[in-house]
Design a binder for this molecule. Sequence first.
Ligand code: SAH
Length: 396
Amino acid sequence: MRDAASMSGRSEQREPAAGAGPISALAALIRADIAANGPMPVQAYMARCLYDPEHGYYRRRPAIGAAGDFVTAPEISQTFGETIGVWTMLVWRAMGRPEALQLIELGPGRGTLMDDLLRTLGTFAARGAGIKSLALRLVETNATLGALQRGRLAARIDADPAVTATWHETIDSLPADGGPTIVIANEFVDCLPVRQLVRTEAGLAERCVGLGADGRLRFVAGSPVSRAEAAAAGFPAAVLAGALADGAVIEARPDLPPLLARLATHAPLAGLVIDYGHSESAAGDTLQAVRRHRFADPLEEPGLADLTAQVDFASLARDAAEAGLAVEGPMAQGPFLMALGIGIRAERLMHSADAPTANMIETAVARLVDPAAMGVRFKVLGLRSPELPPLAPFGP
Ligand code: SAH
């Protein structure tokens, strides 16, 4: 969840409806679309808000950082990306130390995680564990963030002839079968649009965005969807089998199965999906908007707020298995990072810092691992080709 709550130091606090303010350009387009064509499924609404070629939130907006709308783990502490770097090194060894490695990052944000990860890989390589050729593939839809990533990583890429980097607007333009591959996705899956169904008196129906009598956007029930259709469309069987209260909302993420199938063409593959979400599938509307570090109404200011939905890790694990991948976890982020030594790394950094800096390091790392902050709400799922040994640090 884009750690809005702890960023602002407040618990969930909704902004008052901005009814009187000017509406965003995208809001006007969406209203016109609905007026002409009828209610728009939530999935299409979310896709439009995030990826509309001109006004979509993830097309241009810098989004992440103190001056943006939300803060992510790599921006909180360098120890996050460094710890993922340690994991990358462990997995590379478990793969049998292939000379050539492809490293894919989905949604690299400001490039901070990759920068910290590469610094850590370099440290290990200097000890004789060298990777001879490292192909970085950065999958980024946002031109503004892509430029930030290029700037951030240029020095590291230029300094090391073993490292090459390419940027891809979607995963579809990745080369097929890139050989031994590691993929990292931190707070990426939550951006992929969710499809929602709502339980009405007449049964399940597509949850849509329509126009109220006042001309404002509001949620409405659309066409009926049978339970069999819902199951075939990837809505969790366990949730469909239970009793759903009137008005209950259920979610699926239709873009995930093709994404995982595409990743699984690279072998051997190992990956981490890190995100906020729940371990077990359950009913519930998890669509949320965050703007300027505060929660907002998902129907206000489309295109101007970050719009995400929680990751259903049980569904994700099932989709991965269907793509032929083995899964590990999910494991809560706190224990995952601790098992890989984030605490030791933090102590080292604190040791060589002055007192105020040491204090800041400690606070930042605590935010990543504490159960009350991001340590439990964020979870890590490991993915691997079945022929690879189980991934550290998952398992008993
Ligand atoms: N991993 C980064 C950024 C998380 S925000 C971090 O931890 O700081 C989500 C990132 O995914 C942004 O870089 C955003 O531009 C990118 N993104 C969102 N949807 C995408 C899509 N469908 N394809 C490619 N990149 C996407």
